[in-house]
Design a protein around this ligand. Structure first.
Ligand SMILES: [Mg+2]
Length: 419
């Protein structure tokens, strides 16, 4: 079998509301690139990458000369063609490689009539549990709904998600407001859901000292881990020396070199594997094997996903023995998907691993057309800007926090009474 062509289509799919993070915001929609790898046997494989636009589509088209004529089963050879580590100093194609690897695994599964998890060693679980992934949100521009800023709004949002999807782990994406206020929010979640587990991720925005203060203040709560409380392996090592809660990262251990460094001189306890950041599902499986050897737990990270990327996360989660924490997904924040059958469903906080051949998802062509048109209409957005604070940009460590909502304390007290 040979690859004959590659197509890349940028789409944008609306979110319920704009999502705030430490560097800026997702401006009410995700922009993604949908990749289709074609073969001489008529089998088409699907891939997905974050971001998009003319330059991303051009980058995929630019790989045609590497791909056309290549056997999609020969993924190790493809890795060295596209991601040779020394050539990558000039041309880092890790995320492009990931999308192409997803498509090749999809082709392999379709050719063999087996799901991707069978190619990866077979599934250990039928479904993957997810965390609620709570964001501070701006209101939806059209409806005026969806704002999450106060403690009351946050706890109510978490309660809504728990009721709708059955989450029993709550992740607070912070790094937006001053740490004292986010601590108040985190404690309110612990009060509201005493039987559930919690995790906090300020996207590395805190100073080492603020991170230590935060970490010490939440000891005794049902924490999974503190995720990227501060920037860098050295910063996190200093936090780890002072805080008893495990630390996790999706920012400073995202390749094998960093993984080796972290094992030789530990900073991080839980490695959050991202099928895009690591260059594919197979790289994540390899990294999880290293982690298993040294008894590090792993999680499955979300860098924003539509159904194709979500399928890669589900197949990954299905095959890893040391996957001991609920995965993250932005998926429930989306209003739609472009796979056939619509959005995948949560049941008691988990999503079933697709069992069809390959990734087990199919493109809905009408939705692809609709959301690529929407992209052409709306264009991209700067991930590192916040539309509600046009002049603002953060420092690392940050001290330029968003204005704390004034109603928080009174509403918080009321919330404790009424829940
Ligand atoms: Mg994170």
């Amino acid at each position: 079998m040979r690859i004959t062509d590659i197509k890349a289509t940028t789409v944008t799919v609306p979110l319920e509301a704009p999502l705030l993070h430490s560097n800026g915001a997702h401006w009410g929609r995700f922009v993604r690139t949908i990749v289709e790898v074609e073969t001489d046997e008529g089998i088409v494989g699907l891939g997905e990458m974050g971001g998009g636009g003319a330059s991303a589509e051009e980058a995929f088209r630019g790989l045609k000369e590497y791909l056309v004529g290549h056997n999609p089963f020969e993924l190790e050879a493809l890795r060295f063609k596209i991601c040779n580590p020394t050539a990558s100093l000039y041309n880092n194609r890790t995320q492009l490689m990931a999308a192409i690897e997803f498509a090749c695994l999809d082709i392999m599964g379709k050719k063999l009539g087996v799901p991707v998890y069978d190619i990866l060693g077979g599934k250990l679980r039928d479904e993957v549990p997810f965390a609620s992934y709570l964001f501070f949100r701006l209101e939806n521009e059209k409806t005026g709904d969806g704002e999450v800023r106060t403690v009351h709004q946050l706890v109510r949002h978490a309660a809504d998600l728990k009721r709708k999807y059955g989450f029993t782990t709550h992740k607070l994406k912070g790094g937006v407001f001053r740490p004292e206020y986010e601590l108040e929010c985190y404690r309110a979640l612990a009060d509201a859901f005493p039987n559930d587990r919690l995790r906090y991720d300020p996207n590395a925005a805190l100073s080492v000292e603020d991170a230590i203060r935060f970490g010490k203040a939440i000891e005794g709560l049902k924490n999974d881990y503190l995720e990227d409380p501060t920037w860098g392996l050295n910063g996190n090592r200093r936090v780890k020396e002072m805080v008893r809660t495990p630390l996790a990262t999706n920012t400073v251990v995202i390749n094998f070199e960093q993984l080796a460094t972290n094992i030789l001189n530990p900073s991080i306890d839980v490695i959050l594997l991202d099928t895009t950041f690591w260059g594919g599902i197979r790289s994540c499986v390899k990294a999880a094997g290293v982690c298993e050897t040294f008894q590090y737990s792993i999680g499955v990270h979300s860098s924003g996903e539509l159904g194709i990327q979500l399928a890669t996360m589900l197949h990954l989660g299905a095959v890893l023995p040391n996957f001991t924490f609920a995965a993250d997904a932005h998926y429930h924040q989306l209003t739609d998907d472009l796979i056939k059958g619509g959005k995948m469903e949560y049941n008691e906080g988990a999503i079933k691993v697709p069992t069809g051949p390959g990734l087990g998802v199919e493109l809905d062509r009408e939705k692809l057309r609709e959301y690529s048109e929407l992209y052409r209409e709306l264009g991209g957005y700067p991930y590192d800007r916040d539309p509600s604070r046009p002049e603002w940009f953060p420092l690392i460590p940050n001290d330029r926090w968003a204005k704390t909502p004034e109603a928080s304390s009174a509403e918080s007290a009321k919330e404790r009474v009424t829940l």
